[in-house]
Structure formats: structure tokens, C-alpha cells
Design a protein around this ligand. Structure first.
Ligand SMILES: Cc1cc2nc3c(=O)[nH]c(=O)nc-3n(C[C@H](O)[C@H](O)[C@H](O)COP(=O)(O)OP(=O)(O)OC[C@H]3O[C@@H](n4cnc5c(N)ncnc54)[C@H](O)[C@@H]3O)c2cc1C
Length: 501
């Protein structure tokens, strides 16, 4: 391998694999041994195992992400998406966040764009559902749950109230279970501030297509978790599939029907579809075919790891690949960086080998389940292990200190129960004020106490503007003509508060 000058390493994706690989390379590379570029649409890496705690308000969302430009000072960080790769030409097509697509030449490729939600063609899913993989989704769900409680507490129509208080989660892996358990815990806490609401008024439903949840732990621990959730009043429906979600009207395959104001889809992930726009080899599930050395199979100078790669699991039998998990992603990034350095220096490379240590999951404050190296823990000890483990793993001392500060504050003060859903469209009110209708509307008398109290919305506002009030009460009773019905208004609020990620 000869590059002529210092080789250019291109890292596609600044998540677990991308950021940890770049961190290690920038630390270990000698001066002008190589240059590194990282292409990533977000300006940060997300520590996904902390998303449920961020959604529940135990952690400040900014503390569960790592700013890439701050930690990768030795790399060039490019804000954008890689939309295609021609490895034969050693060129990636980059769509920056602003401006035209450009070609980026490289000598060595590290391709790790992770996974995306694996969805099914269920009617209404795209319109009603939201995933749980990003900080934006975690913030949205926190606002959504609290705003539904606020709205329901003031609603007089019992059907509207019931719909607002029904939260449906689809998929029982750790992301879904932790998100459900943490948000339910937070909502239960929030009810204590609403004299008009009892925890029993809420309906939390988990639908899982297989006969068990948390496939990462043993069946016994999965069963224990089901019992814990049911004990809290959460309905767990195993061996059940969702057939339709049109307009939030849920139809299950057993025939059961109900209305849900919130639908969260956590039914697994699939490799990033951009991989199909490369000339690299894919397996039948759309993952990059990788060797145990974390090289793309048959492609010189191309490396991969994490959720997007089919990496042979040497601790298991022939044909088994490593599961998509942070545990593997972090360790694979370390091995990948070491092997890449070894190749540059004409030293031998080593295969990736790690036997899965187990899983820890938080089920709300002081509740959890853990199975690590065969040791099973439940309740408080498991929750403590979850926190200790992830604190040790979250990157940078800065993040660790902030996380500890959040947890310590929570020991002395109860969490904030406030929905800031209108953050999703902060310009809505200004847009309404600046619209032509507002400009031609008669001026209100100067002594009017509050110009926002003018009756009825302006005649024409766009959909997103309809939600200046994502976190306000659902209208009840005497609406002016043209005002949406309570259920439709609730829906408009939910839709417009979608995060712009
Ligand atoms: C809520 C939640 C909780 C989890 N909890 C755990 C847990 O407790 N334990 C555990 O082991 N695992 C957990 N996981 C799984 C774990 O987070 C993933 O397996 C891990 O993030 C995979 O790392 P990765 O680098 O492959 O992908 P990611 O970390 O997702 O990184 C991929 C990066 O690529 C970027 N990208 C995407 N497309 C492009 C493109 N076209 N161009 C450039 N960049 C692109 C993305 O923005 C992203 O930053 C959890 C996941 C979720 C969602």
C-alpha cells in the first residue's frame, strides 16, 4: 500500500463507531502520518443509552451528546450526509447541510452510518408514529407526554381525554422498554401536580409481535420485566401485531381497537439505506459484508463496524454476526482504529473478538433489570448498575461530570414537569402576526389587556402555525366557526410538534 503523500482517511458517520475511531486515530497518529475527515449530519455524537433518561427529564438532553468539533480537534468535521460512495474511484459524494453536493476524495474509507428504524407498511404509521433514536425524538416525546397530560386535565370530552391519555409503544427491545418505562414513570410523577388526573386515568400499552420482550436478557428476566410493567398498570400485549393506525385509531390483529394520542415505534432497526448507493458488498439484510478484522470483505482500504456491518462473531458459531449494540460498537471502533494504524505501519492486524457481557436497563427511577456475565439483578441494584455502567462508558470527563451533576440535583429536587412543545415551531406566533390576514385585521384598542386573547384564530394559517400551542389545552366546547374539533385540534397539536431533526 503506497499513498504517495499522507493518506486521507474518510470516516462516514460520527456516531459510536465514527467518533470513537476518530478519537483513537487522532490520539495515536504521528504528526503528518494521515489526515482525517468525519462527515456527519449532526454536530454531535449521541449517547443513545441515555435517551430514555433524557426523555424522562432525569438528564439534560445536551448532556447526552458529545460535540464533535470540541473533541475531534485533530480532524476535519464536515456537516452533511454522504449520499454515495464510489470506492473504486476512492470518492464520496457529500451533500453538505448548506450548498451543493461535492465529491470528496479519500485514500482510506471507514464507513459507519449506523442504522435507521425498521418500519412496516402499516396504514397510518408514517403519519402517527415517531421513532426513538435521536435526541430530537426524546425531547419531542417528553413534551408530547406532558402536553397530553396538560390537555387531558382540562378536557371535558371523555373520548378526547381518553385518547390523549393513551400511549402506545410498538416493539419490546431495550430501546422501547426503557423509553416506555421511563416516560410512564415521569407521567405518573406529573399526575401528582394535576388534581384532575389520576395515574389510573392513563393507559400505557406495549405491543410486541413475539412471545417475549428484552431478547438481550434471559427469558426469566424478560418475564420479570413484563410482571414489573404489568404491576405498574402497563398493558403488555405479546404475540400481537398492529394492523392499522389510521388517524390514531389502533387496530390489533386480535381485533381489539382503541384510540391512541401517542404512537412510538421501537420495533427494531435496519442498516442505513445509503449503503445501497455504494459499490461495496452487502449481505442479504443490506449490511456491509465485513471480515473479523473489520475490513469490508474484498475491498482494500475500506473498513466498517457497528450497526451497519455484518461482523462475524468469533465467540459464536459459523455464520453468526455481532448484534447491533453500543457494547460491540465501542469495542469494534477500538479494534478498527488499531488495525487501521497497524496497516499504515505495515504491522499485523488482529480479529475482533468479544463475548457479549450482558445488558442493563433502567425501568424508571430506582427500578431496573440487569444481567451481566450471568449475574442477574433486579430493582434498585439493577438500576444502580445501569447508572454506574453507563457513567463509566459515556465519553469525556466533561460529559461524566454533567451527568453526575444532573443526577445529584435530582436527589434534592423533583424533576421539572413542563412541556415546551412549541419549541418545535418557535416562529409560529410571529408568522401569524406577520401574515397578510393579521396585517389587515382591525387594530385592537390600545387598552386591550392581552392581544393574544382575541377570539378565534386568523382565517388562514398553515399547518405548523396551527400549533403555536402544542403544549396548551385542547379546546373544549364553544369554538368559533372554523376552529378544529377537539380531537382534530389535539391531533394538529401532536403533528405540528414533531421535531425537525
Ligand atoms: C434508545 C436507545 C437505547 C440504546 N441502549 C443501548 C444499551 O443500553 N446498550 C447497548 O449496547 N446498545 C444500546 N443501543 C444501541 C446502540 O446505541 C447502537 O448499537 C450504536 O449506537 C451503534 O453505533 P453505530 O456507530 O453503528 O451507529 P450510530 O451511533 O447510530 O452512528 C451512526 C452515525 O452516522 C450518521 N449518519 C447516518 N447517515 C449518514 C450519512 N449518509 N452520512 C454521514 N453520516 C451519517 C448518523 O447521524 C449517526 O451519527 C441503544 C439504542 C437506542 C436507540
Amino acid at each position: 500500500m503506497g499513498y504517495g503523500q499522507a493518506p486521507h482517511i474518510l470516516i462516514v458517520g460520527g456516531g459510536y463507531v465514527g467518533m470513537y475511531t476518530a478519537l483513537r486515530l487522532q490520539r495515536k497518529l504521528d504528526g503528518d502520518e494521515a489526515t482525517i475527515s468525519v462527515v456527519e449530519p449532526n454536530s454531535y455524537m449521541t449517547y443513545q443509552p441515555f435517551l430514555p433518561e433524557a426523555a424522562a427529564g432525569n438528564l439534560e438532553p445536551r448532556h447526552v451528546v458529545v460535540p464533535l468539533r470540541k473533541v475531534l480537534k485533530g480532524c476535519r468535521v464536515i456537516s452533511g450526509h454522504v449520499v454515495a460512495v464510489s470506492h473504486e474511484q476512492r470518492a464520496a459524494s457529500v451533500q453538505p447541510l448548506l450548498g451543493e453536493t461535492f465529491d470528496l476524495k479519500y485514500d482510506i474509507l471507514v464507513i459507519c452510518p449506523g442504522s435507521v428504524a425498521r418500519t412496516l407498511p402499516i396504514p397510518g404509521l408514517a403519519e402517527q408514529g415517531i421513532g426513538f433514536k435521536s435526541v430530537a425524538e426524546a425531547i419531542y416525546l417528553r413534551n408530547q407526554v406532558i402536553s397530553r397530560l396538560d390537555a387531558a386535565a382540562s378536557a371535558t370530552d371523555s373520548a378526547v381525554r381518553r385518547r390523549a391519555l393513551t400511549f402506545l409503544f410498538i416493539g419490546g427491545g431495550y430501546a422501547g422498554i426503557e423509553a416506555l418505562a421511563e416516560l410512564e414513570d415521569m407521567a405518573r410523577d406529573a399526575c401528582s401536580y394535576c388534581p384532575d388526573l389520576e395515574p389510573a386515568d392513563m393507559r400505557w400499552v406495549l405491543v410486541e409481535a413475539t412471545d417475549r420482550i428484552l431478547p438481550e436478557v434471559s427469558p426469566a428476566m424478560g418475564l420479570y420485566t413484563v410482571k414489573q410493567l404489568e404491576h405498574r398498570g402497563i398493558q403488555v400485549k405479546l404475540n400481537t401485531k398492529v394492523e392499522s393506525l389510521l388517524d390514531g385509531h389502533v387496530v390489533l390483529d386480535g381485533g381489539e381497537r382503541f384510540e391512541a394520542g401517542t404512537v412510538v415505534w421501537t420495533a427494531g432497526v435496519k442498516p442505513n439505506p445509503m449503503l445501497a448507493r455504494t459499490d461495496l458488498p452487502l449481505d442479504d439484510r443490506g449490511r456491509l459484508r465485513a471480515t473479523a478484522f473489520l475490513q469490508v470483505d474484498g475491498a482494500a482500504d475500506a473498513w466498517t463496524a457497528g450497526d451497519c456491518a455484518a461482523v462475524p462473531d468469533l465467540t459464536k458459531g459459523e455464520g453468526v454476526t455481532t448484534a447491533p449494540s453500543a457494547q460491540h460498537a465501542v469495542r469494534q471502533a477500538r479494534r478498527l482504529a488499531e488495525n487501521l494504524l497497524a496497516e499504515l505501519r505495515h504491522a499485523p492486524i488482529r480479529p475482533y473478538e468479544h463475548s457479549y457481557a450482558g445488558s442493563v436497563a433502567s425501568l424508571g427511577l430506582h427500578k431496573g433489570v440487569a444481567e451481566v456475565y450471568g449475574v442477574r439483578l433486579r430493582g434498585w441494584p439493577a438500576w444502580l448498575m445501569h447508572r454506574t455502567y453507563h457513567l463509566s462508558r459515556v465519553p469525556t470527563v466533561n460529559r461524566k461530570a454533567r451527568v453526575v451533576a444532573d443526577w445529584t440535583l435530582a436527589l434534592f429536587f423533583r424533576r421539572e414537569i413542563v412541556s415546551l412543545g412549541s419549541f418545535a415551531d418557535p416562529r409560529a406566533e410571529f408568522r401569524m402576526a406577520a401574515s397578510p390576514e393579521a396585517a389587515t385585521a382591525p387594530e385592537r384598542p390600545a387598552e386591550a389587556p392581552d392581544s393574544r386573547a382575541a377570539p378565534g384564530p386568523p382565517a388562514a394559517i398553515d399547518d405548523s402555525a396551527a400549533d403555536a400551542t402544542a403544549d396548551e389545552a385542547i379546546p373544549t366546547g364553544s369554538n368559533p366557526p372554523g376552529t378544529p374539533t377537539p380531537a382534530a385540534a389535539a391531533e394538529a397539536n401532536s403533528q405540528a410538534a414533531q421535531p425537525r431533526s
